[in-house]
Ligand binder design. Structure first.
Ligand code: NAX
Length: 328
């Protein structure tokens, strides 16, 4: 058996945490030969509920769970962490302006970035799930001078999985037939799910569907607004599917992507595909030995260009806003 790795999770007593922790402890994220120590962060009032979750974790008697730490102090929860999943955030409430939302989340992700920079493993892989995920990741990485910006990702994998599922339904094929899906840009309604490079059983997905009206007016909004549809149906935001996507993202980052396929991850742009440098933007990526590479050389048509620029513009506006608020 390998030595245990340390996995920090914030917002651990929340909805997503309740699905996520059990899957990490079962080996779904890092493999069935990788013991884990969970290091769980919550705000002080939620520590009691968190203790209940820890009781349930213990009651599972997971063979891979080598220890659990709970704290309301990021410097304790992030100490020597090899992986950090930043789930706890302040969602937008009715009547909240965007600047209020960014300010509230700045209060969470600035100190968490600083703490990660000080105490986490030098090779820590950080995934931001809490919304607005891309900009929260930007705030965290901007406050972590001792870590590389590329150590911080934002999650677009739920959008990626939704895009695969919707395409599978349209084409009548299993999800396993679908490869090379991409979510470009922000985890928001401006995201761009790209069918021009996706494949279904090796055939080009856009050509196979052969219906631009459906693509533009049905598929894109269905994928982008799926979160709202879940809230409408369930009365609560996506939790199990979000936790599943976080597991998928970290698994791809730690263990790699399969030959002949890629996935979508959001992280600091190096200027690829004309995306302004420094924006935390979703790209198609392959991963080998923990090294994330943007898939190069994809042809971008005028329709895609406009969509990719619109989501970049939104992220740039959020970047300007957090700069003005003094959060970065
Ligand atoms: P919950 O409100 O159920 O749980 C959030 C938890 O975070 C709470 O227990 C709260 O006490 C804790 N928390 C708040 N501030 C904290 C801090 N400073 N340190 C540690 N913990 C803190 O929300 P949940 O449904 O679990 O969703 C969590 C976040 O994920 C939200 O921001 C949500 O918008 C976001 N989502 C992101 C998705 C994505 O694809 N990137 C999809 C699902 C989800 O909507």
């Amino acid at each position: 058996m390998k030595p245990p790795v340390r996995v920090a999770v914030t917002g651990a007593a929340g909805q997503i945490g309740y699905s996520l922790l059990f899957r990490i402890a079962s080996g779904a994220m890092l493999g069935s030969d990788q013991p884990v120590i969970l290091q769980l962060l919550e705000i002080t009032p939620a520590l009691k509920a968190l203790n209940g979750v820890v009781m349930e974790l213990n009651d599972c008697a997971f063979p891979l769970l080598a220890g659990v730490v709970t704290s309301d102090d990021p410097k304790v929860a992030f100490k020597d962490a090899d992986y950090a999943l930043l789930v706890g955030a302040l969602p937008r409430k009715a009547g909240m302006e965007r600047s209020d939302l960014l300010n509230a989340n700045g209060g969470i992700f600035k100190p968490q970035g600083e703490a990660l920079s000080e105490v986490a493993s030098r090779n820590v892989k950080v995934l931001v799930v809490g919304n607005p995920a891309n900009t929260n990741a930007f705030i965290a990485l901007s406050n972590a001078p001792k870590l590389k910006p590329t150590q911080f990702h934002a999650m677009v994998r739920l959008d990626h999985n939704r895009a695969i599922s919707q395409l599978a339904e349209k084409t009548g094929k299993p999800v396993t037939a679908i490869k090379k899906m991409t979510i470009w840009g922000n985890h928001s309604v401006t995201q761009f799910p790209d069918l021009y490079h996706a494949e279904v059983d090796g055939k080009n997905a856009y050509d196979l569907v052969n219906d631009h009206t459906w693509y533009e007016n049905v598929y894109l909004p269905t994928v982008a607004k799926r979160g709202a549809a879940i809230i409408e149906a369930r009365g609560l935001s996506s939790a199990a599917s979000a936790a599943n996507a976080a597991i998928d993202h970290m698994r791809s980052w730690a263990l790699g992507t399969p030959e002949g396929d890629w996935t979508s991850m959001a992280f600091v742009s190096d200027g690829s595909y004309g995306v302004p440098e420094g924006l935390v933007y979703g790209f198609p990526v392959t991963v080998k030995n923990g090294q994330v590479e943007i898939v190069k050389g994809l042809e971008i048509n005028a329709f895609s260009r406009a969509k990719m620029d619109a989501t970049a513009k939104e992220l740039d506006e959020e970047r300007q806003a957090v700069k003005q608020l003094g959060l970065v």
